[in-house]
Write a protein that binds this ligand. Sequence first.
Ligand code: ATP
Ligand code: MG
Length: 589
Amino acid sequence: MIMRMSQLFVRTLRDDPADAEVPSHRLLVRAGYIRRAAPGIYTWLPLGLKVLRNIEAVIREEMNAIGAQEMLFPALLPKEPYEATGRWEDYGDNLFRLKDRKGGDYLLGPTHEEMFTLTVKDLYNSYKDLPLSIYQIQTKYRDEARPRAGVLRGREFVMKDSYSFDIDQAGLDRSYGAHREAYIKIFDRLGFDYAIVKATAGAMGGSASEEFLARAEVGEDTYVKCSHCTYAANVEAVTVRPPAARETDGLPSAHVEDTPQTPTIGALVDHLNEAYARADRPWTAADTLKNVLVMLKHPDGRREPLAIGLPGDREVDAKRLEGQLEPIEVEPMDDVELKKHASLVRGYIGPRVLGEESTSGIRYLVDPRVVDGTSWVTGADVEGKHVIDLVAGRDFTADGTIEAADVRDGDECPNCIEGTLSSARGIEMGHIFQLGTRYAEALGLQVLDENGKLRTVTMGSYGIGPSRAVAAIAEDTLDEIGLCWPREVAPAQIHIVAAGKDAGIFVEAERIATALDAQGIEVLYDDRAGKISPGVKFKDAELIGVPTIVTVGRGLADGTIEVKDRRSGERTEVAVADAVEHLVDLVRG
Ligand code: ATP
Ligand code: MG
């Protein structure tokens, strides 16, 4: 079917939508691919739907190729299975909950581990039924706190989610490996630059997990890679390799000193170098231990203060912190809360008033670098005073450690130690998890093994966001004049522009469009007659971003058409007689 611009349900816009934060969002709206229905909720127009379906087709082919079977669950789901796994609560405000006319609780599925697990439990009961991989491409709902950038982070979005079921860990390793390979094929075909990184499991639970991130400045994820080894990880998943604990014997004892007006680390370090200069080297922020207070909001609404101790040259990275604590949400501690704890002196909070056993009773977790035997300058819990030579393990102990400090370019690689880390930003396109037995246990999915004994099934879960991929691919490939799709996902392969008023131009353009269509090549044909100038048509073609733009116009008098590569801008004159063959070769590569 030829798509004709005269008929196609599209209106290209000259102006940027007011709410567009990133280029892909701006262009997808302007070029007539998507329309906003509500915050984070988008309508797919014909061109957008084509791209979405093309992406889904690639995913479907590669999933089928590893023997995964497609099925489809409802989006509207009963509460009970999600209650059994704790996720009815754990999902917190992210879950769309609703009631039916009888008052029964329902939800709009944010992801479907529970439903897949229960269905396998319904139908299977023997190890002989396994391994099994099943998947769906389906609409998901999450009431995201910050929907963003059009379909990049929606509250309604499309996800391909697959799940593997195995009798043991060796089986899960195989299923996970097969999915990983399939994902590599999918992302290679979709034609954008990506990195595979270690990830945290988040609300999913389970152990091993990796993310596929599209490299992009506008991405919300930060990942690091090592200069020396193959280590690559989302910063949320970076675990610092702590230094060895040291002997505390012989270390100078702690002493409280006057440090007037030093509530900030910078002011403190300056003061230390003036008033208490070290013999060996100047004091730096890394010698100080700063204590940051936050409030934790549990899924059940309970609020709890938490203190985090970290070297003064580091900041708390909110995403890393939340990644460790999920599903708990984190907020800064306000003055009202701070005042409830008499022992806390803002700007001078020290470890001695922190910890479950301390006067404040506030749970105290420290950065892994704060090992026993390390000496610190830190708050003395008195306005204008700090304590020097306070030694971990001797003068204070924390309730545990937490990976909340920011990861920096130049940090030591936790894997090989020899290399250093450098960071980049990315968009999470896919996530593969080894779930293990969490869901099978919670929902009682067991099968009989070879010896007739009941065994809990081991699961994996594997997601890709096709709707997010539309935006991510657009973002990766667009240029200053418009979208610029890779062939595999483009809404059409050839965009023919009839440029001029002569009837002969339209006849020839129509002939080429029909011939290409007959060969199964998707054509977008700008057949608009009347007042629409060639200039407007060219601008639209550039904006829409079909990979090859063919102009049938003035050249026709000399028996030629012009073939332009949208990406490189390169133009080729082709004899009319060879046009169809030339274009077919171009598309089929
Ligand atoms: P994020 O960290 O970006 O919120 P997530 O870790 O919650 O994502 P998963 O639960 O792993 O996402 O979902 C699997 C895939 O679904 C993701 O890799 C992503 O491609 C897609 N996805 C998740 N949330 C959204 C969303 N709000 N809008 C569009 N796609 C999404
Ligand atoms: Mg994820």
